[in-house]
Design a binder for this molecule. Structure first.
Ligand SMILES: Nc1ncnc2c1ncn2[C@@H]1O[C@H](COP(=O)(O)OP(=O)(O)O)[C@@H](O)[C@H]1O
Ligand SMILES: [Mg+2]
Length: 384
């Protein structure tokens, strides 16, 4: 059973959450382990004056001053600003979840502060980190559904996974009911228009836009708290995927070397282009990531070369993730690849990917970098 840590502050805040009594929240605070990351319960006058002046001169919100007893103190961010990366491909089984989870673990391994947002109602990423639906129900954790339905700030939904990842990894868990959030918001919008004197049918687009940007607004609260936020998405191009693309700075497209996987890329990039035009012009393609790759198979190497020829090396990761039974074993055991196959090729490749990603990010931030740029169109690749 993984160990979870809350700041007392965050746990106390949850006391106001729906369905949780203040007594429940207080009991949970009291039950937290002694080494949990806490603000002193009773702050002395000196601490209060100190925190006031730190806040005044740094502009940091109070939760940045977490005191980590038993640790070296606040670890702090290593990037100058938070980068939000979304893994998206409407094809199922192409490595979105395993690469999102493994990349997050790789960043955490290198002591970056990472938050994973699980936007998929299948909850696979949440379960990889031991946050099951049972645990969520039992502990009454907030989930991503609260972000969409109650506009809760992402930082309040975050679960710190504690010592399992050296205090560097947090998760915003999905909920099995997430799939119905889009239709539910649409129905609420229709009802509001039908029953209200304040809205006309012409307001429908504005209301839909506000619903689509809810994740992005909520995720703003993570900026300055984490180096990297990684979003895992569902296998379709619906409401949830759109909100994830709107919330992101970067997109990684994971593909397995099969014709079916490549064919969907054209539709995906058209969707990305629309999101860029309408909602999020700063969304950039970080790269296409080839997983389940067998370098001894001629076809796999040809597909990698073809992707690079068509898009230019800037848009296809040089790092590939080799086909290995270790990934499936890790998935089945609910572990990350670093816990299951430490110091072996599958985890080494994700460390390599982090380095390549950082290199590319630094380079790309210097100039304009669009998913549509490159030497060829995605349809050419899809059609071979
Ligand atoms: N490099 C790899 N080699 C072998 N199997 C892999 C590899 N990467 C992922 N898998 C397996 O492929 C399956 C689908 O991956 P997953 O990440 O769940 O895809 P998605 O999230 O796109 O549906 C999982 O069982 C996973 O363990
Ligand atoms: Mg998945």
């Amino acid at each position: 059973m993984p160990e979870y840590r809350y700041t007392r502050r965050r746990a106390a805040r949850r006391g106001g959450g729906e369905g949780m009594t203040v007594g429940h929240a207080v009991r949970r605070c009291a039950a937290m382990p002694a080494h949990a990351s806490v603000l002193p319960k009773k702050r002395s006058c000196a601490t209060r004056i100190l925190t006031f002046y730190i806040g005044k001169y740094t502009g940091m919100p109070p939760y940045c001053w977490r005191i980590e007893a038993g640790n070296d103190g606040e670890r702090g961010m290593r990037f100058a600003s938070t980068q939000i990366i979304c893994f998206a491909n409407q094809k199922g089984g192409c490595g979105k979840t395993s690469s999102a989870v493994s990349l997050a673990a790789a960043f955490a391994e290198l002591s970056y502060k990472v938050c994973v947002i699980d936007v998929d109602p299948q909850c696979n990423a949440s379960e990889s980190f031991g946050v099951t639906q049972d645990l969520i129900d039992r502990e009454r954790y907030f989930t991503l559904a609260d972000v969409y339905l109650k506009k809760t700030k992402a930082i309040e939904v975050c679960i710190d996974l504690g010592e399992r990842f050296g205090g560097n990894l947090s998760i915003i868990p999905a909920h099995r009911g997430l799939g119905s959030v889009g239709p539910r918001l649409e129905a609420e919008m229709q009802a509001a228009i039908a029953n209200s004197d304040e809205h006309s049918i012409l307001d429908a687009d504005d209301i839909r836009t506000e619903q689509r940007v809810r994740l992005a607004r909520s995720a703003e609260s993570l900026r300055g708290e984490f180096d990297i936020v990684i979003i895992d998405t569902p296998p379709d191009l619906g409401f949830l995927m759109t909100t994830a693309l709107i919330a992101s700075d970067w997109l990684i497209i994971p593909v397995f070397p099969s014709g079916y996987d490549l064919k969907g890329l054209e539709l995906l990039t058209r969707t990305v282009e629309k999101v860029r035009q309408r909602y999020n012009p700063k969304l950039r393609l970080a790269g296409v990531l080839l997983g389940n790759f067998d370098k001894s198979a001629k076809l796999d190497t040809q597909i990698h070369d073809m992707l690079k020829r068509k898009f230019g090396p800037a848009l296809v990761f040089e790092t590939t993730i080799s086909r290995s039974v270790r990934h499936r074993e890790a998935t089945i055991n609910g572990l990350t690849i670093f816990e299951h196959a430490r110091d072996q090729l599958p985890s080494e490749q994700y460390l390599q990917l982090v380095k390549e990603l950082i290199r590319r990010g630094q380079k790309a931030l210097g100039g304009s970098y669009s998913p549509a740029d490159g030497n060829g169109s995605l349809s050419e690749v899809a059609n071979g």
